[in-house]
Design a binder for this molecule. Structure first.
Ligand SMILES: Nc1ncnc2c1ncn2[C@@H]1O[C@H](COP(=O)(O)OP(=O)(O)OP(=O)(O)O)[C@@H](O)[C@H]1O
Ligand SMILES: [Mg+2]
Length: 395
């Protein structure tokens, strides 16, 4: 009887085997120690899609709680255009207590504060229902965090609050200035709060353009990188333990070569390889079908949304960059376009390259070179999208 697939091909699913991130854990230890000594250095975790932000925060929670520090980890929800700062603060006030590893009824001071503000708690979870006028959001958050600490201070030296996906605050981005003001208030500085927030680099740079002083507040930063080759092999070998399934050495090498250590890509690809195994063995025969399936999965889950927003001309340039097998200069790209008769002049190519960079579909590994954002995306363009989105190739 084959064992169920042990890989985790979905964002937010913690991996069976968690690899790497030693520097990040050392960093957390340091920040916890500082917070215990009365100096909370709230920090930021940056990382592109699928690089492991949620997984690393979950590990942070586990590590902190193992040391006896109570932790609340929340995923920031998306906000509608019509929502405002009060909705954002209510979201925090509802979710931070409800994600504590404690019975909510223990939070006596917090609940009585909420009650005195004319707010009812609905249901077994935690959802506020307002019966009186809304109060100033900053004062509201300050008071709530303060009483929550009063409830918990005998149980923990630190209250670690992990906010995952803060790019979802984009429609209420003033929330960062408000959080900064609350965390710098004397009443809160005296408590044991330590905040860590995770964001995509793109989302964070948008906030920076609007409210650049918060960039100075949420330092230091951790930027999550891809896993090393050794870490990838470790994930594969240890995830396969006790399944009775073996991946041939060459397959493991190819997984690293194609995913370049991207954790999400690694999990999707290995999951498809596992499903294609024959009698407990995955060999080079299974490579191509598993790779194709992976490209379709990643296209659907990640790339299509941005790719579909590229114009006809931009798609031709993407195809040219993908066809050249290494990062190339504008001149080389223009030459390729000419040879294939794709009908774009050098000047236009320059503009299109700029737009593709802005959209995050191209990367610039050095000043004069353009390349695809990653190797699997390149394969996806070549195998499934071609020069016009349909998979067609020139000529
Ligand atoms: N250190 C790791 N070792 C092994 N697998 C990992 C590691 N970190 C993350 N993964 C796996 O990679 C995938 C993506 O991880 P995760 O959801 O944490 O990333 P994310 O950055 O939060 O993604 P998103 O941008 O979609 O929110 C998941 O399948 C997860 O199990
Ligand atoms: Mg995530």
């Amino acid at each position: 009887m084959p064992k169920p697939n042990p890989f985790t091909p979905k964002s937010g699913w913690g991996p069976k085997i968690f690899a790497g991130r030693k520097d990040e854990f050392e960093f957390l230890d340091k920040k916890l120690e500082e917070a215990r000594n009365g100096r909370s250095d709230h920090f930021l975790v940056l990382g592109e899609w699928g690089i492991g932000k949620t997984s690393v925060l979950k590990e942070f929670k586990r590590i902190a709680q193992e040391k006896g520090f109570i932790t609340s980890m929340i995923t920031v929800r998306e906000f509608r255009k019509t929502e405002d700062l009060t909705d954002a603060v209510e979201h925090l006030v509802e979710t931070i207590p409800s994600k504590l590893p404690l019975d909510l009824n223990k939070l006596k001071k917090f609940l009585s504060q909420i009650d005195s503000l004319g707010i009812q708690v609905l249901g077994t979870g935690f959802q506020l229902s307002r019966t009186t006028e809304r109060m100033d959001p900053q004062t509201f958050l300050l008071r709530c965090l303060h009483v929550l600490w009063e409830d918990l201070k005998d149980e923990t030296d630190i209250l670690l609050v992990l906010l995952d996906d803060v790019q979802n605050f984009d429609r209420v981005s003033e929330i960062f200035t408000l959080i900064k003001n609350v965390l710098s208030d004397e009443e809160i500085i005296k408590t044991g709060y330590l905040f860590a927030i995770s964001c995509t680099p793109e989302g964070w740079s948008k906030f920076m353009q609007l409210h650049h002083p918060i960039g100075r507040y949420f330092t230091p930063r951790l930027t999550l990188k891809r896993l090393s080759g050794e870490e990838c092999y470790q994930v594969i070998d240890r995830t396969l333990e006790e399944t009775g399934v073996v991946f041939e050495e060459k397959i493991k090498e190819k997984v690293y070569e194609y995913t370049e250590g991207h954790p999400y890509e690694l999990q999707v690809l290995c999951s498809n390889l596992y499903d294609n195994g024959i009698k407990g063995r995955v060999t080079l025969d299974q490579w191509s079908p598993a790779l194709n399936e992976t490209l379709l999965n990643l296209g659907e889950m990640v790339w299509d949304a941005t790719y579909n927003g590229a114009s006809e001309q931009e798609r031709k340039v993407l195809y040219a960059v993908a066809s050249l097998d290494k990062p190339s200069s504008r001149k080389e790209i223009t030459n390729f376009i000419e040879v294939c008769n794709l009908g774009l002049s050098g000047g236009v190519v320059g503009v299109l390259l700029g737009r593709l960079l802005e959209k995050g579909l191209l990367a610039k590994p050095d000043k004069y070179q353009y390349g695809l954002i990653d190797k699997l995306f390149r394969e996806y363009i070549l195998r499934y999208r071609g020069y016009d989105g349909s998979g067609a190739v020139p000529g």
